[in-house]
Design a protein around this ligand. Structure first.
Ligand SMILES: Cc1cc2nc3c(=O)[nH]c(=O)nc-3n(C[C@H](O)[C@H](O)[C@H](O)COP(=O)(O)OP(=O)(O)OC[C@H]3O[C@@H](n4cnc5c(N)ncnc54)[C@H](O)[C@@H]3O)c2cc1C
Length: 256
């Protein structure tokens, strides 16, 4: 038997991708579509839930690197050669402010191929659950679309201030129309009225326990995905663990 001692792992390399489309999603977020040429499709192959990283040199010469989850599915990459992502503007944010002010079709970005373990291989027999806030919906859109296409069931609890500030609302409504009973979407509104008193107000641990008792049976969910601000994700994780959740994946976008 031959043992290869010096087998080196290939380091991911930066590539230049051009922007195909920029579209506002809400007043403070936009969707960016990147074109991936055929020779780079293999390098940019991904699992739903993974993220890419941009690198940009600022006017003062400093280098900025920021990660963004992919909202599109592997099927879109294979069929159309595109990747889609959603960027929410952060006041005084370096990359998001640049994207808001000047990102346009034809621009070329320096991009690191997809990475991350916030993902799964969709299994038609599984019921996936997600609890997210704001831009945390981005990887869930990809996971939900791929899982539903595979025949799985998906439940999403998605918290936003209002309907107008909800990223990817139309795409989620389209998934509901297409997949009916297998896609259960519950919008939580923190600064406007939700569909019921249970879905109105901040998603505190107390509120989540009530939602789990009345609306989403945690015993039905095989695998959970939590994405959003630090405090929300940790609070939700604790409640789910106490409720006996089997498998929980978390992704934190920002730690204060
Ligand atoms: C794995 C991963 C995936 C991500 N995916 C997405 C995605 O799909 N969509 C998306 O919009 N973002 C996503 N992010 C966050 C993104 O990488 C940037 O951190 C975000 O866009 C802010 O970058 P910026 O350069 O605009 O702001 P910075 O220049 O980094 O920050 C400016 C100021 O705002 C504060 N700040 C930074 N982020 C936040 C925040 N979220 N809330 C409040 N204050 C903040 C900073 O502390 C700083 O004071 C992801 C992060 C990770 C780690």
């Amino acid at each position: 038997m031959t043992v290869e001692l010096n087998k080196r792992r290939k380091r991911p390399a930066w590539h230049k991708l051009s922007v195909g489309r920029v579209r506002p999603l809400t007043e403070d977020s936009l969707e960016v579509t990147l074109a991936v040429p055929p020779e780079l499709r293999e390098a940019f192959a991904f699992k739903p839930g993974q993220h890419i990283t941009f690198q940009r040199v600022e006017d003062d010469g400093s280098e900025v690197r920021r990660s963004y989850s992919l909202a599109s599915t592997p099927r879109e990459l294979a069929e159309d050669g595109t990747l889609r992502l959603g960027i929410k503007f952060i006041p005084q944010g370096s990359f998001s402010a640049y994207a808001k002010a000047s990102l346009a079709p034809g621009d070329v970005l320096e991009v690191l191929p997809p990475l991350g373990v916030f993902c799964t291989e969709p299994d038609p027999a599984r019921h996936y659950g997600a609890i997210v806030a704001g831009s945390g919906i981005t990887p869930i859109l990809s996971i939900a679309a791929a899982a539903l296409d595979a025949g799985a069931t998906v439940t999403v609890l998605y918290s936003n201030r209002t309907g107008e500030s909800t990223m990817f609302a139309e795409e989620l409504a389209e998934l509901e129309r297409r997949h009916g009973e297998r896609f259960r979407l519950h919008h939580v509104r923190t600064r406007s009225e939700g569909a019921s008193p249970l879905l109105t107000g901040r998603l505190t641990p107390e509120r989540l326990r009530e939602v789990l008792a009345g609306l989403v049976d945690p015993a039905e969910i095989d695998e959970w995905f939590l994405c959003g601000p630090y405090e929300m994700v940790l609070g939700v994780k604790e409640v789910l663990e106490t409720a006996g959740a089997a498998e929980i994946h978390t992704e934190l976008y920002y730690v204060d």
